[in-house]
Ligand binder design. Structure first.
Ligand code: FAD
Length: 438
């Protein structure tokens, strides 16, 4: 079991599945998937109109997907960068999306407080370390640059040459958030059916293995699993995490990360971490392969080679860590759209949201608010944001998809090696970003 679910069970939530759907039913809105996207959508709908009949259909249990397993960064990051957004949607699109994402971090905090969800929410910002000369060159082009002494005081990692900082990120215990959110949806009158698989999702009609839900509006919120419901819409790519036991005060006196601060560095193959409320280090990253034909299987959650790489990367950052400090390791699939650009939309009785890559904790809240406004036809400025109505082009069929995704992951590792050797920003990474339109 992952650390987050272990803690939820210790909190007194035994993770017993809610009853499944029992035959055909009618609803105003049927949402498929009880992760953050589906639950924030249900929550926003019921908050706007408590009389709505909202049914959330979940194959496993609420939070089974990425929402119960992630690294717990509720950030203002959006997978498509500001320049890419301007290129695609016109000047100002990147700034508008950035402002909405920054506001969303606080909106999640406000919703968590409103619902009394105890999920270790703490907005402490993010420090992105620069630890090679090439990383310094790239980092200094970004806002929020600080020098080595200041950076080391925030994150006492080895070899820090400087950092960029942003206040726009909160640390959260992700499973406590998603499980608490599910209870909040139920308190507001929503119905969550678990152990119920949607077999097809169409406008106004969801066919499940337990009956048909007819609804005025249907929302697809299955993220990585969307590949099975809307083929080639996203590539499920695995992200993996390792975690330590609670570490002593002597470790944190050096490592810092006080006040819910999250951290990463400027390498290309993403790694990131947080200090949990009980003083563990949770450290995650990519590097696991994409699996042929977008397959998702429980055994893909664990990849010992990647776990070993993550432990080594964490120890290289924090040499005081010992191999025996690591107690947990887990992973899960996230959804990558072909153009790396998340989207949300609603048309003719069918809504969708996702393609967040690794930035869904905050973005899913904005998606839920947006979907609720679109479905209810209410005025909300978020319905005019550039990502609304955006659909990525589809992924290539196999074997090209397998080659493209895995080559992309491999190239990011090579880009880091290139920078270590040349001490200059990677040409490989720049070419890959251009190819992806990022
Ligand atoms: C290891 C890891 C670390 C991450 N770290 C971060 C982070 O630190 N910050 C960040 O912003 N993002 C992070 N992400 C991404 C983030 O977790 C996701 O973007 C977000 O949780 C997506 O939420 P969701 O509700 O759209 O999808 P999910 O949480 O994946 O939920 C989809 C749900 O749909 C259900 N489902 C699927 N198919 C069906 C079906 N046919 N019928 C019924 N139900 C179905 C699934 O069981 C699942 O519960 C991470 C992801 C992973 C995997």
């Amino acid at each position: 079991m992952n650390l987050w679910f272990e803690q939820v069970v210790a909190d007194g939530d035994p993770l017993v599945p809610r009853p499944p759907l029992t035959g055909d039913t009618d609803a105003d809105v049927c949402v498929v998937g009880a992760g953050y996207t589906g639950l924030w959508t249900a929550w926003a709908l019921l908050r706007a109109d408590p009389g709505l009949r909202v049914v959330v259909v979940e194959r496993e249990i609420a939070g089974f997907g990425a929402s119960g397993r992630n690294g717990g960064w509720c950030s203002a990051l959006f997978p498509a960068g500001p320049a890419a957004l301007d290129r695609r949607h016109g000047a100002g699109a990147g700034a508008a999306m950035g402002a909405a994402m920054r506001a969303t971090v606080d909106d999640v905090g406000a919703a968590v407080a409103e619902e009394g969800i105890a999920c270790d929410w703490r907005k402490g910002g993010t420090v992105t370390l620069a630890r090679t000369p090439a990383q310094v060159v790239r980092a200094r082009r970004e806002p929020g640059w600080i020098g080595p002494a200041e950076a080391s005081a925030l994150v006492g990692a080895a070899g820090v040459l400087g950092a960029t900082v942003t206040p726009d990120c909160a640390r959260v215990q992700p499973a406590r958030l998603v499980r608490g959110l599910a209870r909040a949806v139920e308190r507001r009158g929503g119905r969550i059916v678990e152990g119920t698989t949607a077999l097809s999702v169409a406008p106004r009609r969801v066919v499940t293995d337990r009956g048909v839900v007819r609804a005025g509006a249907v929302v697809r919120a299955a993220e990585a699993w969307s590949a099975g419901l809307a083929p080639r819409s996203v590539a499920p790519v695995y992200s993996l995490i390792v975690a330590t036991r609670p570490l002593p005060a002597s470790f944190w006196e050096v490592a810092g990360l006080a006040g819910g601060r999250t951290f990463t560095d400027h390498r290309h193959l993403i790694v990131y971490g947080q200090r949990t409320a009980d003083d563990r280090l949770v450290f995650g990253g990519r590097g696991a392969p994409y699996h042929w034909r977008s397959r998702i299987r429980p055994e893909f959650d664990a990849d010992e080679r990647v776990f070993a790489g993550l432990r080594a990367a964490a120890r290289e950052l924090f040499p005081a860590l010992r191999p025996g400090d690591f107690t947990h390791a887990w992973g899960g699939p996230l959804g990558i759209p072909r153009d790396w650009h998340a989207g949300v939309g609603y048309a003719d009785g069918l809504g969708w949201a996702g393609g967040y890559v690794g930035d869904g904790v905050g973005t899913s809240h904005l998606a839920g608010r947006t979907l609720a406004a679109l479905i209810l036809g209410r005025d909300d400025p978020v319905t005019g944001l550039p990502w609304v109505g955006h659909r990525s082009r589809r992924w290539e069929p196999e074997p090209l998809r397998w080659l493209l995704v895995n080559a992309g992951l491999r190239l990011m590792t090579l880009a880091d090696s290139e920078e270590r050797l040349t001490r200059r920003p990677s040409v490989i990474a720049a070419s890959l970003s251009r190819a992806l339109g990022r």
